[in-house]
Write a protein that binds this ligand. Sequence first.
Ligand code: ZN
Length: 368
Amino acid sequence: MTTGFVFHELYLWHNTGNAAMVFPSSLSVQPGEHVENPETKRRLKNLLDVSGMTDHLVSLKPRYATDDELARVHTRAHIEKIHAMSDAGGGDASVFTPFGQGSYEIAQLAAGGAIVAIEAVLSGKVDNAYALTRPPGHHALPDLGMGFCLFANIPVAIQHARAVHGLGRVAVVDWDVHHGNGTQACFYEDPETLTISIHQDNLFPADSGGLEERGAAAGLGYNLNIPLPPGCGDGAYLETIRRVVLPALERFRPDLIVVACGYDAGATDPLGRMMVSANGFRQMMGLVKEAAKRLCDGKLLVMHEGGYSATYVPYCGLAVIEELSGHKTAIDDPFGEALPHYGQMGLQPHQAAAITRAEALLEGIKAP
Ligand code: ZN
């Protein structure tokens, strides 16, 4: 088993500026650190190195996605706007999406990292791949950056692989705690791309990610939203994978699975109100990896999305990458003793009811 790994130091130089959580500093908000800062990802990279995990991964060098490659998904006006703002010193792509000088090029490098990773998986250079890129992508709309995202990394990679390498059916499994509205928008009328988002009910964006958003035209039935109540732990997440995600994948029979892997459903995240443990993420990854083996020759790409606990994201990420690569390091989760004792970590009745409502969506998916 070989696992590819995409990383570049410049990903950590994308500058989200001075803020308190997501609020720009002002006369009523004391200056602080933006919640989407480099530290979660820097610490994950450092833990991969310190644990020896890096030695078991195949390094994949990212390249810059071109404007033509971005334009398979984005409007030219959006690409040019981000480029001009970045050259002029930065700004905000909409709300909560600040960026600085050079972020246009760094976002090109993030989308290009996704392209390099998908090509390595499709060519068989590696069995699967993990892309530790930044800025994230799953909120980016074709004509607007939002939610810390400038360009839609996963859709750009998928559409590149279709145009250049003849890729067919793709399933995107998004377990970031926020709704994957950008990925949904990019493929809303596309029956060849199954988009599944598991998220905290109505967290971000507002009024987005309901069960009734099922796709449109030929794509009707191929967008599954699974809104879960706040407070879900490993039990609810694993039940969601087993009862909705895996059956959806079995019905759809993808040629490739992409995981939009956020860690903000983690138990210590400042933005999410869920309590998934590193072991929970490990098991979720294991179930999806097994499905990829059964359905698409193991072809699997994991894209790092959100996750804002600088302390805990590295351990969740290490667990996912260990599961992906099949190599277990000697590093233990420092929260590993405590989290299983949290109240309601197992599946609760009201959570099971939410999962049952989402299960009804499976009817809309037809085999190829
Ligand atoms: Zn998120």
